[in-house]
Design a protein around this ligand. Structure first.
Ligand code: ADP
Length: 451
C-alpha cells in the first residue's frame, strides 16, 4: 500500500470525530465519537503497518539481491513507492558497476606495469608485513616457503639492515638506500631503496635492483687496471734501476755495462710487447677491428706462423712438424688466423722443454676446418683449463714472465676466434703436453668431405 493510502486511513477517522463533536455537542456524544475514532485509527494503523512492513521486507530483499549481484526476485509485489526506490537503487547500482569496472581496469594496468618491471618490488603494511609484490621479486627471492605475501622482511631476506630500513620507513617515514647480497648457488647483489608508501597511506615500499653484473664488471675493470699497472711496473722498474746504475758510474765499467744495456733492451722489448697486446685486446673488445671473410688456405697460414717461431724452437732444439692438407681452406681474416696460430705456436714452443716436439695437424670435421697445435711440453692441470683464456691468467706466473709472456696471448686468441665465428678449445694433462684446437668456418661449405 502506498504512503498516500496510509495517511488517508488515518485522516478519515479523525474527520469523523470532528464531525460527530460538532453534531452532538454533548459529552456522551463526544465519548461515542471518540471510541469510533480510536477504533478507526487502530484499524487504519494496523493495516498500514502490515503494508509498510511488507514493502520494507521487499525492499530489503531487493537491496540484498543487488548486493549479491542477482536480479530483483520475482513475485514480489511492486508498489509505486517501492518502484521509485528500486529505480534509485538501480541507478546507484549502475553507477557502482561503472566505477567498479574502471577500478578493475586500473588495477589490471597497475599489475601489468609492476610485473613488467625488471626491478623487484614489495609493499608492506604499517607493521612491515608484505601485502603485495611483483613477479620480478618472486623470481629474485624464490623463498623456500613459497608465499611472499604475509611474510616479514627478515623471514624473506636475512638482513638486519633491510629489516631496520622497513621499520624506519613505516614508523618514521624515512627513506633508505642499501646494498645486500643474496647468498646461494648463484649469489646476487641487490641495490635496495626502501621508502614510505605515501603521506596518508601507512606502510612502506622497497624496490630491488639486481646489480650483480654491474658489480662484476666493476671488479673486472678494477682487476684489469691493477694487473696492467703491475705488468707495466715490472719492466719499467728494471729499466729505471739499470739506467740509474749506469748513470751512477757503471757505464764506465766495461764488464757490467754491456750486460745492463742488454737487460734494459730486453725489458723495453717486453714493455712494447705488453703495450701492443693491450692495444690489440682493447681494440678487439671495443669491436674497433674489422674482419674480412675471405678464403684462407690454412697450410700457408700455418707455415707463415711457424716461420715466426722457428728461430726460438731451433734455439731450444725443438722439432716443428706441419701436417696440413693443401685443400683445407677456411673462411676468415687471413691476418687474424695467422696471429692466432702464431700465439698458439709461440706458447707451444715456450712451454715445451728443450728437445721437445710441436706438431700442427689440420682436417675438415663436421663441416668446419679444424687445426690442432700439439706439444710435448709441461701440460696444464685440469683446474686451470677453464681459466687460461682470461686476461693475465697464468698457471705459473714466474715461468710465464721468465719466458717473456704477457698473460694476454690466449685472451687475444679467444677474441679473434669469436670475431670469425670460430672457437678455440684445449686438451691437456700435466707433464703430458697440451693440444690447442681451433675451429673455423670452411670455405668449402658445411657439407665438405672429411679430408
Ligand atoms: P702467457 O703470455 O703467459 O703465455 P697466455 O695467455 O698465452 O699468456 O697463456 C696463459 C697461460 O696458459 C700461460 O701462462 C700458461 O700457464 C698456460 N699455457 C698456454 N699455452 C700453454 C702450453 N702450450 N702449454 C702449457 N701451458 C700453456
Amino acid at each position: 500500500m502506498p504512503l498516500r493510502s496510509t495517511l488517508l486511513a488515518l485522516l478519515v477517522p479523525a474527520l469523523l470525530v470532528s464531525t460527530l463533536l460538532v453534531l452532538f455537542g454533548q459529552p456522551t456524544g463526544a465519548l461515542a465519537a471518540g471510541l469510533v475514532t480510536l477504533a478507526g485509527s487502530a484499524l487504519a494503523l494496523g493495516t498500514s503497518r502490515v503494508a509498510m512492513e511488507r514493502q520494507l521486507r521487499a525492499l530489503t530483499q531487493k537491496t540484498q539481491s543487488l548486493a549479491e549481484g542477482v536480479m530483483f526476485p520475482a513475485g514480489v509485489e511492486r508498489t509505486d513507492d517501492l518502484a521509485q526506490l528500486e529505480d534509485a537503487i538501480d541507478t546507484l547500482d549502475d553507477r557502482l558497476s561503472t566505477q567498479n569496472a574502471a577500478l578493475n581496469q586500473e588495477a589490471r594496468t597497475l599489475t601489468a606495469v609492476l610485473d613488467g618491471m625488471a626491478e623487484g618490488l614489495w609493499v608492506t603494511d604499517a607493521e612491515g608485513t608484505v601485502v603485495r609484490h611483483n613477479d620480478a621479486l618472486a623470481e629474485m627471492l624464490r623463498p623456500a616457503q613459497g608465499a611472499i605475501v604475509g611474510q616479514r622482511p627478515l623471514a624473506l631476506i636475512r638482513n638486519e639492515a633491510l629489516n631496520d630500513a622497513v621499520a624506519r620507513a613505516c614508523q618514521e617515514g624515512a627513506s633508505t638506500r642499501l646494498e645486500l647480497t643474496l647468498e646461494g648457488l648463484f649469489s646476487r647483489t641487490l641495490a635496495v631503496r626502501v621508502t614510505p608508501v605515501g603521506r596518508d597511506l601507512p606502510g612502506s615500499a622497497a624496490v630491488f635492483h639486481d646489480v650483480t653484473e654491474l658489480r662484476r664488471l666493476e671488479k673486472v675493470r678494477k682487476d684489469f687496471v691493477a694487473n696492467v699497472s703491475h705488468e707495466l711496473r715490472t719492466p719499467i722498474t728494471a729499466i729505471r734501476g739499470y739506467a740509474e746504475t749506469l748513470q751512477g758510474g757503471a757505464l764506465n765499467d766495461a764488464q757490467v755495462a754491456p750486460r745492463m744495456v742488454e737487460i734494459i733492451h730486453r725489458q723495453s722489448e717486453r714493455l712494447s710487447e705488453l703495450v701492443e697486446d693491450l692495444l690489440e685486446l682493447s681494440r678487439l673488445e671495443a669491436r674497433e677491428m674489422t674482419f674480412q671473410r675471405t678464403e684462407v688456405p690454412l697450410a700457408l697460414a700455418v707455415s707463415r706462423a711457424a716461420e715466426g717461431v722457428r728461430p726460438k724452437a731451433e734455439g731450444k732444439n725443438q722439432q716443428i712438424g706441419l701436417h696440413i692438407p693443401p685443400q683445407l681452406v677456411a673462411l676468415g681474416d687471413g691476418r687474424a688466423i695467422e696471429q692466432v696460430l702464431l700465439n698458439l705456436l709461440d706458447n707451444a714452443v715456450k712451454y715445451t722443454p728443450a728437445g721437445g716436439r710441436v706438431d700442427v695437424d689440420g682436417a675438415y670435421e663436421g663441416g668446419r676446418c679444424v687445426v690442432r697445435v700439439r706439444d710435448t711440453g709441461v701440460g696444464i692441470e685440469p683446474k686451470h683449463l677453464s681459466r687460461i683464456f682470461e686476461r693475465f691468467y697464468r698457471v705459473d706466473k714466474g715461468r710465464s714472465r721468465d719466458m717473456g709472456g704477457t698473460g694476454l696471448g690466449l685472451s687475444i686468441v679467444k677474441h679473434l676466434m669469436g670475431a670469425m665465428d670460430g672457437e678455440v678449445k684445449v686438451e691437456s694433462q700435466p707433464n703430458a703436453g697440451s693440444t690447442f684446437v681451433i675451429f673455423l668456418p670452411s670455405a668449402a661449405g658445411p657439407t665438405a668431405a672429411t679430408g
